[in-house]
Design a protein around this ligand. Structure first.
Ligand code: HEC
Length: 140
C-alpha cells in the first residue's frame, strides 16, 4: 500500500490515497523537539530552509523555504512528517513553482530511507513547535 501510494502520488494518479499520510508518517512515537533541532542541523536541512526564530547558517538555495511562523491552520505533526518523507505529495505555498519543483517532483531530497521513526517524530515535533496560529505575514 505504501508503494502504491508513492507511485500514485508521484504520478499524480488519484487512487484515493492522495491526502492520507503514509503509514511511515502515522503512529509516530512521541517526538523530542530538542533532539529534532539537533537532527535538523546534522542532516543539513538548513541548506535549503530557514526556520522561524532560528539563526542557522543562511540557506544556499533561492528562495529558501521558510519553516515555521503563523498559520491559520497549524500543521499537524503527521502533516509535517509527510512533508518530510514525501515532499512531492504536497508543495509549500507561496513560491514560484519552478523553484520548488522540477517536472512535478519536489526539489527536496528523498530522506525516506535515511530517517528512522524516532528521528522523523523528533524533526516533526521540532518544526511543529515553530508554528503559531495567526494570520501569515504578508497575507492581507
Ligand atoms: C536541497 C534542498 C532541501 C533540503 C536539504 C531539505 N529540503 Fe525541505 N524542502 C525543500 C523544498 C524546495 C521544499 C518546497 C517544495 C515542497 O514542498 O516539497 C521543501 C519543503 C519542506 C517542507 C514543507 C514546507 C511547507 O510549507 O509545506 C518541510 C516540512 C521540509 N521541507 C522539511 C525538511 C527537513 C526536516 C529537511 C532535513 C531532513 C529538509 N526539509 C531538507 C528543499 C529542501
Amino acid at each position: 500500500m505504501w508503494r502504491v501510494c508513492i507511485v500514485a502520488v508521484l504520478t499524480a494518479v488519484a487512487v484515493g490515497c492522495g491526502d492520507a499520510p503514509p503509514p511511515e508518517a502515522t503512529n509516530l512515537p512521541a517526538g523530542d523537539a530538542a533532539a529534532g533541532r539537533e537532527a535538523f542541523v546534522a542532516l543539513q536541512c538548513h541548506a535549503c530552509h530557514d526556520v522561524e526564530g532560528e539563526s542557522f547558517p543562511a540557506p544556499a538555495i533561492v528562495p529558501s523555504i521558510h519553516l515555521g511562523g503563523k498559520r491559520l491552520l497549524l500543521p499537524s505533526t503527521e502533516r509535517l512528517a509527510t512533508d518530510i518523507l514525501l515532499p512531492s505529495s504536497h508543495f509549500a505555498v507561496g513560491y514560484p513553482a519552478q523553484q520548488i519543483a522540477e517536472s512535478g517532483r519536489s526539489r527536496m531530497p528523498d530522506y525516506s530511507k535515511r530517517l528512522d521513526k524516532q528521528t522523523l517524530a523528533n524533526l516533526a515535533a521540532y518544526l511543529r513547535s515553530k508554528y503559531q496560529r495567526g494570520v501569515p505575514t504578508g497575507m492581507k
